[in-house]
Design a binder for this molecule. Structure first.
Ligand SMILES: O=P(O)(O)OC[C@H]1O[C@](O)(CO)[C@@H](O)[C@@H]1O
Length: 557
């Protein structure tokens, strides 16, 4: 039994019941499931906020869904969910609360964080809104051209420097909400320690009119600090000014005031957040400042309202209608009982071009774990490989494998009834064709094309196997009216809570990320070997040979 009072997943009777049920289902085809229930398409739908989820094309029956809900109950998903919303320290390996939901709580809400001392916790909501208010005032000043740089010229370009959760969220949302951005302001994102990233981002920028937003929860991340230092050098050289110019051109988004001050950024220009906000759950905190500057505080708050709609749904909707619970359990089903290794997220929206990359961190950094909360190795599959790009581009690249390959790859198809506001009428008219493709793909993946259907088209016999589509490839369709700030918030919260549900069932800590540490430490050890030819103790022969070849190619040896 663990802290939640549950046993190991693979020994739970509910898990074993699902295994038996899977055997009974055998190779059942979606064609049969639809034929057996003429109302399946409507029945297997759930609504949350402005989102409608059609999950009818999944390899499930009423019995499967019932057994999955029983598993969730026995696994203590609801208990852990309450513990999260109540501010308990559910991130046990880092001994932290997990309270990103407090970032979108209304002003009058009370959310107390467990201080870990057994005493009643502090209400974090006033601090959340104080920072939001400061961000709003700052964003308004920049947008109105009232925030002047060192030479007195108004800021017109914003460069966000951050990586991982301090980049992917705001960069994704900036693309998603492009139609809502102030087109007069140039907002760019730099993340990679490859100097080419900053080099390209700085092209055409005037230092006198450029603001750098250094986003780093820890303010120790080597990529971010390296890029921020180079950006500071570029700024001061361009302005021909001393360190005093930094105050007007650099702001920091961080939990680490000391390191911010050490870097030379005035801490009055620091927007804070807290250790109970995980990096990949942080873009609705101060980490969203560049986004807020781009879309304005009102739109940012609409986005937060969207997040909150799904938070409330997740907390209160009954299991049968609980969208994040359902999405999470479908993933548990495919990973646990179909051996599915990956999960495709395919948004039929050009504006969501970075959405799947964002979800990669959210999902894979959260649930890419192989020991349970007790530190015991798991015998069940945990987080899948998440991948995908916007439709229809993917159709002309990897959909062949989705349709006729040997692997089962569950996919989410995301689409919108209306094109984003502001498109020229002729371009908005293309939207029906875009959505026809989404609907067609879901249909083709589920129902395929039988040999008989192929033959009936007069296809030569030897061609028939090549032109047959087995179908039975599961998809969930998420349909919303339009990609607004609120709808984006709803979508992100839906996936946040889906990931939560899966981590809870799999009994893993979804909120730590120890797996990224080793590479960071080794890179720090190897760098002096590359630059100075320093001896690095204990290098394996492969790395040592590569280092030697690198140095020789650089003409250093
Ligand atoms: O915001 P920071 O502290 O610079 O960290 C950036 C990213 O690095 C990680 O810690 C590990 O990649 C992520 O979880 C985080 O989002």
């Amino acid at each position: 039994m663990n802290a939640e009072g549950r046993g190991r997943l693979d020994r739970m009777p509910q898990w074993q019941a699902l295994a038996r049920h899977r055997e009974e289902l055998g190779e059942v085809h979606l064609r049969e499931l639809f034929a057996a229930d003429p109302r399946r398409g409507e029945r297997y739908g759930v609504r949350v906020g402005d989102l409608y989820l059609d999950y009818s094309r999944n390899l499930v029956t009423d019995e499967t869904l019932r057994l999955l809900r029983e598993l969730a109950e026995a696994a203590g998903v609801a208990r852990l969910r309450e513990a999260m919303f109540r501010g308990e320290r559910i991130n046990t390996t880092e001994d932290r609360a997990v309270l990103h939901t407090a970032l979108r709580a209304p002003r009058d809400a009370v959310v107390e964080v467990d201080a870990g001392d057994g005493e009643g916790g502090e209400n974090v909501v006033p601090a959340v809104h104080a920072v939001l208010d400061r961000m709003s005032a700052f964003a308004e000043a920049v947008r109105a051209g009232k925030w002047a740089g060192h030479t007195g010229l108004p800021i017109r370009s914003v460069v966000n420097i951050g990586i991982g959760g301090s980049d992917l969220g705001p960069a994704m949302a900036y693309e998603a909400l492009r139609a809502y951005t102030d087109r007069e302001l140039d907002v760019r994102f730099v993340s990679n320690v490859d100097g080419a990233d900053l080099h390209e981002a700085l092209q055409g920028l005037d230092p006198a009119r450029t603001l750098f937003v250094v986003a780093s929860k820890t303010f120790t991340t080597i990529e971010t600090i390296t890029n921020a230092t180079s950006a500071r050098d570029w700024l001061l050289a361009g302005l021909g000014a001393g360190r005093e110019a930094v105050a007007k051109h650099f702001v920091a988004l961080s939990t680490n005031a000391e390191a911010v001050a050490e870097f030379g950024i005035d801490t009055t220009n620091m927007f804070e957040f807290w250790d109970w906000v995980g990096g990949r759950y942080s873009y609705d905190s101060a980490i969203g400042l560049s986004l807020m500057i781009a879309i304005g505080p009102d739109r940012f708050r609409e986005m937060l309202d969207g997040f909150r709609t799904v938070d409330e749904h997740f907390r209160t909707a009954p299991p049968e209608e609980n969208a994040p619970l359902l999405l999470g359990l479908l993933g548990v089903w495919y990973g646990g009982f179909f051996g599915a290794q990956s999960h495709a997220v395919l948004p039929y929206s050009h504006y969501l071009s970075k959405f799947t990359a964002y979800l990669q961190q959210l999902d894979m950094e959260s649930n890419g774990k192989s020991v349970d909360r007790q530190g015991e190795p798991v015998s069940w599959q945990t987080g899948p490989v998440v991948w995908g790009t916007p439709g229809t581009n993917g159709q002309h690249a990897y959909f062949q494998l989705l349709h006729q390959g040997t692997r089962l790859i569950p996919a989410d198809l995301i689409g919108f009834a209306r094109p984003v506001a502001g498109l020229e009428p002729a371009l908005a008219a293309q939207h029906d064709l875009l959505m026809a493709n989404l609907f067609a793909q879901g249909q083709a993946l589920a129902f395929g094309k039988t040999e008989e259907e192929v033959r009936a088209e007069g296809v030569a016999e030897e061609q028939v196997p090549h032109r047959t589509f087995r179908g039975n490839r599961p998809t969930t369709t998420i349909l919303a009216s339009e990609l607004t700030p609120s709808v984006l918030g709803q979508l992100v919260a839906l996936y946040e809570h889906k990931v939560f549900v899966q981590g809870a069932v799999w009994d893993i800590d979804s909120f730590d990320q120890w797996g990224v540490e080793l590479g960071k430490v080794l890179a720090k050890r190897i760098e002096p070997a590359l630059t100075e030819g320093a001896e690095v103790e204990g290098l394996d022969t492969s790395t040592a040979a590569l280092v030697a070849r690198y140095r020789s190619l650089r003409g250093r040896d």
